[in-house]
Design a protein around this ligand. Sequence first.
Ligand code: SAM
Ligand code: SF4
Length: 344
Amino acid sequence: MIGTASGSEPMTQSNMIDPFGRAIDYLRVSVTDRCDFRCVYCMAEDMTFLPKRDLLSLEELDRLCTVFIEKGVRRLRLTGGEPLVRKNIMHLVRQLSRHLKSGALDELTLTSNGSQLERFATELADCGVRRINVSIDTLDADKFHAITRWGKLDKVMRGIEAAEAAGLKIKLNTVALKGFNEDEIPEMLRWAHGRGMDMTVIETMPMGEIDGDRTDQYLPLSLLRAQLEKQFTLTDIPFKTSGPARYVEVAETGGKLGFITPMTHNFCESCNRVRITCTGMLYMCLGQDDSADLRDALRASEGNDLLAETIDRAIARKPKGHDFIIDRRTNRPSVSRHMSVTGG
Ligand code: SAM
Ligand code: SF4
């Protein structure tokens, strides 16, 4: 087995090695930039989405993912926008599941806002998906509606129940927002761990224009951790998933809590991932603008040689790390594209 969640560094057979010696074995695919929510830190309410004609077809997405798998990707995460609002998304999931069956892929998973899970949980499990990340920032229905602008908490809760019933392991993703949910995080932690879900808290990243002011939202997780330590015993553990979170074990609940701290603690040195957008742009770093157009390479020929070469040239440019900064003077995002374009 390649890639472990056991605490040891994953071994890899990827033939995509970047200039800093990092082996790329994790691919995140944003299958749509559209979403049925408008979370205030992620999107403006009147977002302009990409024209549908620019999107890769599901067949093209499958071909692209398959080339990455042949080059050594062992874990694949579908994200967005909301991946489950892409029309016929289960067709792509079912197609990709053949790589799980063949053993070429260790894991096929997704990050979702949970709104469509009630409908798709059983089918996802049937396709070999074993765990999913669900993003919830509050357990209060009114606050949930306020932060997502369009979301309904009870629908997401029904989605979580359906996922549990289908045997999917769930990890809760929560963006830590100053003055919004910082006081609620202990309760969310007890709730998640009480249901057997791990939880990860995330710092807001300055990506894309939004309606509000990001400096108002930003809560350093070092502060949150200090607050949590007043009521919980947190012990650093070497547990690793394929993501960038650093984990602690919470003695009082017996569960794990991850911290994703792009702003206060750079995690780039162990970055093993690249991202593709729904239009086939390959981003080597979430926090940088450099990209490679794989759609042209994909459409230029029926064979995959040009595509593989274009990927190799792009991996050779993978930067050492991101330069996220929330600039209080300009309030401009560090990266102009929204998180929903490249996926979280
Ligand atoms: N719609 C799905 C969801 O919400 O889980 C998948 C895509 S969403 C962009 C992935 C993750 O990114 C979510 O957990 C979301 O909370 C997080 N996110 C979105 N914008 C962010 C930002 N500016 N800073 C930090 N996290 C962000
Ligand atoms: Fe949609 Fe996810 Fe962005 Fe919220 S965070 S608007 S659910 S893509």
